[in-house]
Design a protein around this ligand. Structure first.
Ligand SMILES: Cc1cc2nc3c(=O)[nH]c(=O)nc-3n(C[C@H](O)[C@H](O)[C@H](O)COP(=O)(O)OP(=O)(O)OC[C@H]3O[C@@H](n4cnc5c(N)ncnc54)[C@H](O)[C@@H]3O)c2cc1C
Length: 465
């Protein structure tokens, strides 16, 4: 027998879970289909002995949408703010004589003056960032966009390292318009990105905060899953087609679902496969979105075996250093309760667009190299305990130049196929907050559309009597 539902959501990562929760809160009949037995997608918090580790995302920027979700779920008490020590962020570069230099990223103008991070010429160039810079380009690489405003040295050191911690991308190929939409818009509005940033940062300083939960990010997943536990189907969606104004959805175990709305929150590869029959050209375009691969390695060190104080969020390494290690989060310095008192927990990232092979972290060759580089960075000769390694192959979408054209095509496809909606991280925003924002927007679209249909039906009904 075919299962009938108003909305079918494919994928129970944060996008699908938060969308399903929003819709069910509004009384919409919806079904969440996930191919794995576990939910949360790439969110994987886990206890490893006395340590709490995050194999995937490690923290979230809590902006308005995420804050609202946390409040609705009653999770405020479980939110964990970073320790005061986590305010500092370091950029690590090799010294010519061996070892690493850790320079704090200067967040205040006065810190910049005394900072060793940039040359005098780069600091002077930064001052010119107040000048307006206009352009009429449709899109531009992050590297060119940021260099126009802040100069090449700042871009290749601070921006490249900072963004490698989010996108693991090659910034000469990453689209500024799609990957940094807020900055792209600020330039349009203020012409000087520096002035635009100064204004918005001041406004949002208190509002946007990085955070996690006592039990790690999976706390959010568990709270969402608990609310929607009756509306699951644990199976893989293998295809779908239009059938008399409805979507007929097929599963790998031979079941069928008939639905008015079909929302895909699936990764690019899976989505490309699912839309092959609907639109082969779109399927190809989605498949061609580049993705970065990263290796994640969780290491513990006795505190007494490390000479650097690790008094910060972590250290990022500019890709120009050409190391296997992209950066390390000083996890035990960021959130309370992540490690025993006398131990450091470090979450290391390897690979990325510059050295994809180093993401192959299950290979002991890369593990040894990462540990060797990390030991130099943190000042240790100890052999750390490897708590966990995880290779995330092709897992972080890197929006290419012209990505906005794909977004336009998707809008058209949705218009031509009422009820079909795309809500994935390869489309509009990869951060956890972006995923909550996007699923909130989609839930509002569906709720409005259902309300419109209902009112039209009522009008028709009244006309008959
Ligand atoms: C290693 C790593 C570190 C990150 N760090 C951070 C961070 O610190 N902060 C931050 O904000 N963001 C971070 N991100 C990005 C962020 O975590 C992701 O963009 C976000 O979690 C994606 O959520 P999603 O629900 O859209 O997709 P996913 O989590 O990928 O979920 C998609 C789901 O769809 C399911 N699925 C696929 N195909 C099918 C099918 N045919 N049928 C049924 N189900 C299917 C999958 O099994 C999966 O559960 C990180 C990402 C990675 C990989």
């Amino acid at each position: 027998m075919k299962k009938k539902t108003q909305v079918t959501i494919v994928g129970a990562g944060l996008s699908g879970l938060s969308l399903s929760f929003r819709l069910q809160q509004a009384g919409v009949d919806c079904l969440l289909v996930e191919k794995k037995q576990t939910e949360g997608g790439v969110i994987e918090s886990e206890a490893a002995g006395d340590f709490l580790i995050e194999n995937g995302p490690n923290s979230a920027m809590i902006k308005a949408e995420m804050a609202e979700l946390i409040l609705t779920l009653g999770l405020e008490e479980k939110v964990l703010n970073p320790k005061d020590t986590a305010k500092k962020r370091y950029i690590a570069r090799r010294k010519p004589v061996g070892g690493f230099r850790l320079d704090p990223v200067p967040f205040k103008p006065m810190d910049l003056v005394s900072s060793q991070l940039l040359s005098a010429a780069a600091k002077l160039r930064l001052m010119a960032a107040v000048l307006p810079r206009r352009h009429k380009l449709e899109d531009e690489s992050v590297q060119r966009f940021m260099s126009r405003h802040f100069g090449e040295e700042f871009t290749n050191t601070v921006v490249a390292a900072g963004l490698s911690g989010v996108w693991a991308a090659d910034i000469t190929k990453l689209s500024a318009r799609s990957a940094l939409p807020t900055l792209w818009q600020l330039e349009k509005e203020y012409h000087s990105l520096f002035l635009g940033l100064a204004k918005t940062l001041r406004k949002n300083k208190k509002k946007n905060k990085i955070g996690s939960f006592n039990g790690g990010l999976s706390t959010l997943v568990e709270a969402l899953s608990a609310q929607i536990k009756e509306k699951w189907m644990k199976t893989e969606i293998t295809g779908f087609k239009k059938d008399d104004q409805k979507w007929l959805i097929e599963t790998s175990d031979g079941r069928e679902v008939v639905s008015d709305y079909l929302v895909l929150t699936t990764p690019a590869k899976a989505t490309s496969h699912l839309v092959k029959n609907l639109d082969p050209a779109l399927s190809k375009d989605i498949d061609s979105i580049p993705h970065a691969s990263v290796g994640v390695m969780q290491l513990s060190y006795p505190k007494k075996a490390v000479s650097e104080p690790l008094d910060g969020f972590g250290a990022l390494i500019p890709p120009s250093e050409k190391l296997a290690l992209m950066g390390a989060i000083f996890s035990s310095s960021v959130f309370e309760g992540r490690s025993p008192e006398d131990q450091h927990l470090l979450t290391c990232f390897s690979g990325g667009a510059h050295l994809p092979e180093a993401s192959d972290i299950e290979d002991t060759k890369w593990q040894e190299q990462v540990v060797e580089e990390l030991n130099q960075l943190i000042g240790s000769e100890a052999k750390p305990i490897v708590l966990k390694v995880k290779a995330w192959k092709n897992s972080i979408p890197n929006y290419p130049l012209g990505h906005h054209e794909l977004v336009k095509s998707i809008n058209k496809i949705e218009e031509n196929n009422p009820g079909l909606i795309f809500c994935s991280n390869w489309l509009r925003g990869i951060s956890l907050n972006d995923r909550v924002l996007e699923s909130t927007k989609v839930s509002e679209r569906i709720i409005e559309s259902l309300a419109r249909e209902l009112s039209e039906q009522r009008k028709k009904g009244n006309g008959k009597t």
